[in-house]
Write a protein that binds this ligand. Structure first.
Ligand code: SAM
Length: 240
């Protein structure tokens, strides 16, 4: 397996990549790579290069064409779950192909994230994108209120779903059969779920309440299931 590393635009200059001391340490001490060994450098915005270690930098050998992104952009509005659970959501949903995470403070959210958390979440997303050979590192937005999160989406060509654990809503899977959208927004509640007022507020903004099955899924499991259904609907026929 060729190791993948996300670099910033400033690190790449005329055929060379300047490696940060942390990257040098990781490649040379942790992975025990040496001069002449190759890795894939990615800018996290769709471009990748095969590169060869040469001392404290790396020489770009060639551009690599990859096609690992989903044909649909997924934004996950996630009411922040307790403790470190959002880290698991970011890791798994980055692997599955989410484009944007919108951490959200809902009525029943208990976690009050520190700025330090945001930095950690972005690091986790970068590592998960490297590991899963994504071309893009998903954006992790600053936490916002539920009202702000659901109002952010304005384009008419965006499908909007709010996952609700109880009642008898349509299944997300059946909704995904209707039509292909370029963008999908999915809202998932925290451990305490959504309040009725939040669900009503979302419906007013054209969010379709949807079910992920008859069982109550954990706040960490539900986003993984929802995003997997989108992956199956948009990529399933093409891949399997
Ligand atoms: N405490 C809530 C209750 O008892 O109804 C359950 C909340 S659940 C742990 C967390 C979130 O996951 C929910 O708000 C919902 O967004 C999503 N979820 C869990 N199971 C679901 C299901 N079967 N269908 C749709 N959404 C689900």
């Amino acid at each position: 397996m060729v190791y993948r590393l996300v670099i910033t635009p400033e690190q790449r200059q005329s055929g060379h990549i300047t490696l940060t001391s942390a990257q040098q340490h990781y490649l040379k001490r942790v992975l025990r790579m040496q001069n002449g060994d190759r890795f894939v450098a990615m800018d996290g915005q769709g471009k990748s290069w095969l590169a060869e270690i040469t001392g404290e930098s790396a020489q770009i050998i060639e551009t690599i064409d990859m096609a690992t992104e989903l044909p649909v952009s997924i934004t996950l509005i996630a009411a922040l779950p307790k403790g470190n659970n959002f880290e698991q959501v970011i890791r798994s949903c980055t692997e599955l192909g989410v484009s944007t995470f919108m951490p959200t403070i809902s009525d029943r959210t208990l976690l009050k994230p520190s700025p330090h958390k945001l930095e950690r979440w972005r690091k986790i997303a970068t590592e998960a994108a490297e590991q899963s050979e994504r071309q893009f590192v998903p954006a992790i937005l600053n936490p916002v209120s539920f009202t702000e999160a659901i109002s952010t989406v304005s384009k008419s060509e965006t499908a909007r779903y709010i996952c609700v654990a109880r009642g008898n809503p349509l299944s997300l899977w059946s909704c995904l059969q209707d039509k292909y959208y370029p963008e999908i927004v999915i809202a998932i509640g925290c451990e305490g779920g959504w309040t009725e007022a939040e669900i009503e507020q979302a419906i007013d903004l054209d969010y379709q309440p949807v079910s992920l099955g008859r069982r109550i899924l954990r706040a960490v499991t539900a986003p993984i299931v929802a995003v997997s259904l989108v992956v199956a609907a948009y990529e399933g026929r093409e891949l399997f």
